[in-house]
Design a protein around this ligand. Sequence first.
Ligand code: GLV
Ligand code: MN
Ligand code: MN
Length: 414
Amino acid sequence: MSTLHDHAATIMRRSDELAAFTTVEGQITRPYGTSALLDARDQLAAWMGEADMSTHVDNVGNLFGRYEADTQSIDPKTFLVGGHFDSVVDAGRYDGTLGILTGIAVVQHLNETGRRFPFAIEVAAFADEEGNRFHTSFLGSSPVAGLWDPAWVTLEDDAGTPLKEAIRALGGDPEAIGSDTIDSGSVLGFIEVHIEQGPVLQDRNLPVAAVSSITGSLRATIEFAGMAGHAGTVPMALRRDALAGAAELVLAVEAVGASETDLVATVGTLECSPGASNVIPGHAHLTLDLRHPDSTIRERAYAGVRAQAEAIAERRSLDLDWTDSPSFAETVCDARLTKTLREAIAGEGIEPLSLFSGAGHDAITMANICPVTMLFVRCRDGISHNPAESIDEVDVEAALRVLERFLFAVAGQR
Ligand code: GLV
Ligand code: MN
Ligand code: MN
């Protein structure tokens, strides 16, 4: 029988094993709908099986491992514990996967010690949270939470591959996704263990903290079209340089982000074509990600960026194509569950801090069907969305202890 101390070591090892599932050698790049994602899912399913969970996959490609309730409970409800196993481009190894691996570890520990609750535990492994490939948010958890938009099946990635094809590559039926919503009456709650992705826990010398609320975000894909031409012969005054227009917008976005406390705004991708040193760029394509916990401020800032894009296009005689991407609203974690989580943290002798999350998480969508909370785990220097992401095994052990104690407390309340 393994202790939670042993399970923390297993999680560190499994995080390394999952990191090997990538579409780009030498990186961790695991977008939705790829064979790397499928292989990672098979590995997760195998580990769930070892923890005595039955597994199933839904149409968008999420994997669920179910650990049944005790035999005395008739028609038991479910408590969901989870995370995501897609990644950003050149990612770290803990963002998302930690929530799945901690869920599996706690279930395995419960199984090894012969304990079950009056509710089933399902470990949810979401197939897409980052949304990099199709410029979405929470593609995996949206159908689960009843927030699937049927119009999304017409989305294409930057290479023109339809989302439908990516769904089928994971074995799903695009037309059936809308029917995968979990009945909200059957779910008691959702918790995700996630790296903090910020420096506060390191500063405070604490291993874990509860999450009080999660920011909201607005996103767009933006295209400037001008006129490609000869870099040596077209006079500067006659140019319609799409990249120069995009560059102006990048700086405008930075200024908007810096204009207000808690506002952040990022251009994370910028591409120009045709892309040659002696050709004036005829097209420029960029993405905007803008976040603030207050929707009024967020929407005002977003409208401000759009107005600046229009003004740049007008002044430079460029055509502007602005497309709103799926966005997400700010979400407050459930007060009762989060109190229970803080008590579990204190029960482990750790100061029970609550943190705000500037990153988006599946708890945002899951809040549509059940109470949600999150446990943040300290990460080195707050670095995330970067291969240098790093956590300590002792902090993972603390997270496992808190998570198990939390589930016992939820069971005790029933
Ligand atoms: C997910 O990591 C996000 O906050 O975009
Ligand atoms: Mn992320
Ligand atoms: Mn994440």
